[in-house]
Write a protein that binds this ligand. Structure first.
Ligand code: FUB
Length: 324
């Protein structure tokens, strides 16, 4: 009898472990430990990458860490890939990376100094040979220092259009501008009408712009609400042009009082397998401090008419999506 019970127990344990090993591995949320905000997701060198803000008091935000993964589940931390030791004019508040690969180099755009009128700061650009740096200042000064159309020069996102044009969307304080980048990223290029800055601010825009082109349409996304509050969220528009107009369709990332609050400042990534992911930060329900922001990921889905389904906030995150 005892032997039979042992045998049954053994069979059940074997079955449970088989079922478990067939369950897909999940990323979990947050994706990695530590307070990290404004995550920019990218795919470089056959790895997934996330470049976030170190979510600390402004005076302590003098460096960037980044993270890489082969499957969205296991993440490797790369420490201090860019620090203000190599950006002489950046003193504090280094925020919200946007990183692009071009002609064998990686270009790391960032905001610094929480700049106000008459001060030095704004959007800078650094360059490296590898995604994990070390990055060095490209210009020795900000690329955009001035406040134009009321937009604080922060939260830049660099977008490559199909015709080879690099556009940079940026702006805090409720205003968003788009500029065209010169081929070497060392200056701005004028638009056809001779202007350098076009305001493209959609309704309710606060900061954190992101652009995605899919099926010939321009999907423009941004954050609304206050980043230290619980109502922070992401909304979007679809346009036929990179310059808009961007008619607000609705929210796609919202806080969930059962999962996390202050969910915003996101980016979107399509994996080699074709899945779409929204990478964003949120404040765990246990936290009150504005800087307690953690980087999370969810799968993102489009409706048949091209609109985006609201993203569901989860603790499980996404299934493993391995790259070779
Ligand atoms: O992380 C610093 C600032 O918080 C960003 O620039 C804003 O978008 C907000 O997320």
């Amino acid at each position: 009898m005892k032997k039979r019970l042992l045998l049954v127990g053994f069979i059940i344990a074997a079955l449970v472990s088989t079922v478990r090993s067939e369950e897909p591995q999940k990323s979990g949320n947050p994706l990695f430990p530590g307070w990290y905000a404004d995550p920019e997701a990218a795919f470089f060198d056959n790895h997934y990458w996330i470049f976030p803000t170190a979510s600390l008091p402004f005076d302590d935000q003098t460096y960037f860490d980044c993270f890489s993964s082969k499957d969205l589940v296991e993440w490797t931390k790369h420490e201090k890939v860019l620090t203000n030791d190599s950006i002489q004019w950046a003193k504090r508040a280094m925020w919200a990376p946007s990183v692009v690969y071009k002609d064998g180099k990686y270009y790391f755009f960032f905001g610094a100094n929480d700049v106000h009128k008459g001060e030095i700061g704004g959007i800078g650009v650094a360059v490296a040979d590898k995604p994990d740096g070390p990055y060095q200042d490209l210009l020795g000064k900000p690329l955009v220092n001035e406040i134009v159309n009321g937009a604080q020069p922060i939260d830049q996102f660099v977008f490559l259009d199909d015709d080879g044009s690099y556009y940079m969307y940026y702006g805090g304080w409720g205003h968003c501008n788009v500029v065209k980048l010169a081929n070497d990223f060392k200056s701005l290029e004028p638009f056809e009408d001779g202007s350098y800055y076009r305001e493209v601010t959609p309704k309710n825009y606060v900061e954190g712009p992101f652009m995605l082109k899919k099926d010939g349409k321009y999907y423009f996304m941004w954050s609304e609400g206050g980043w230290t509050t619980s109502n922070y969220c992401v909304a979007y528009a679809i346009s036929n042009s990179p310059f808009g107009p961007f008619e607000r369709i609705g929210k796609i990332i919202e806080p969930d009082p059962k999962v996390g609050m202050g969910a915003g400042h996101h980016s979107v990534l399509q994996s080699p397998s074709g899945k779409w992911y929204a990478v964003y930060h949120r404040r765990p329900l246990t936290e009150k401090d504005g800087n307690s922001r953690a980087t999370c990921i969810e799968e993102m889905f489009f409706n048949a008419d091209g609109t985006i389904k609201p993203v569901r906030l989860t603790f499980e995150g996404v299934d493993a999506d391995p790259v070779k």
